[in-house]
Every structure is written in C-alpha cells, then in structure tokens.
Design a protein around this ligand. Sequence first.
Ligand code: GTP
Ligand code: MG
Length: 170
Amino acid sequence: PNSFHEFKLVLLGASAAGKSSIVLRFCKGEFFENQEATIGAAFLTQSVPFDDYVVKLQIWDTAGQERYHSLAPMYYRGSAAAIVVFDVTDRNSFETSKKWVKELITEVSKDILVIVVGNKVDLEHKRSVQIEEAEEYTKEKGLIYIETSAKTGLGISELFKLIAKRLTEF
Ligand code: GTP
Ligand code: MG
C-alpha cells in the first residue's frame, strides 16, 4: 500500500447528477438546493480516519456538462479511484454513467477502482432506476454499486470510507 495513504479520486457523471453535492456533503457537511453547475472542475481534499492511520483523498469534482467532456481524461488519468454518479430519478443520467464506465474501462481499465453511485435516493417516489437494475449492471461489470443522498447524507461517509479502505488494501 501507498505509505503516505494519499490518493487521487475523480467524480464523473451527467450534469445535475449530484457530484458536487456529494463532495460538499462529505468535505464540508453542507448541501445546497440551488447548487450551481460546475465549470471545468473543482478540487477539494478530505481525510478519512481509520484506527491507526488516516487516508487523505485529493478529490477532483468534474463538470458533467457535455462541453467539458474532453477535459475529463486530465482528471481520471492518474486517479486511483473514480466515482461515477447518476441520479436515480433520471434514467438518462444512468445511461450517461454507463458511457463513463465504458470510457474508463477502455482508457484506464485495470488501474482504477470504479464505484457507481445512484444519488438522490431521498426522492424515492420519483425513482426511475431500480436498485436491482443498477446492481445487475454493476455486477456484470465487476464494479461496486452504492446509493446515496447528498441531501440527507445517507450513504455518503460509507461511500468514502469504502473507497479509502479498498485503496489501502491494494
Ligand atoms: P455538474 O456540476 O453540472 O456536473 O452537476 P453535479 O453533478 O455536480 O450536480 P449538483 O451537485 O450541482 O446537483 C444538481 C442539483 O441536484 C442541485 O440542485 C442539488 O441541490 C440537487 N441534488 C444533489 N444531490 C441531491 C440529492 O441527494 N437529493 C436531492 N433531492 N437533490 C440533490
Ligand atoms: Mg458539479
């Protein structure tokens, strides 16, 4: 394992899926209903404490709008892990997440830990992608699937703890 326990992490996915909201919830404990679309990318760091060590995550929160797509490789190349986010109430965002997974597998394949996140589970009544479907897809690709709500905080610390744990194990 990396003796400094310091890893680069990137978030990818459709615009408005909730990437910035997930990062802000994790790094600052904040959530904004009117969170603005990211321009280019944003950089934040946060540490995840374990019993006898701390994992420092250097987080690149990319912009999901299509015009920024060509910038993404700059952020995912050299990343130890990628969180691919979709919105469980938005089927198009699930399809977009599959395209990101495909791109990651083609471009950086085995070098990166990929986690697929279904966000906005607080909007259960509006859900259009069922857990079973997302799990079936990620299982087939050999990836981890986690559901979160940046709004309520559900699953957020578990997501980053899991990533930090996996990264120190390999
Ligand atoms: P880009 O920066 O354009 O790629 O978008 P993004 O993926 O960073 O999405 P962002 O975090 O800006 O969130 C988009 C909208 O969804 C904002 O209005 C957020 O308040 C809202 N949002 C994000 N996460 C959640 C969630 O878990 N639940 C609910 N109800 N709304 C959320
Ligand atoms: Mg954003």
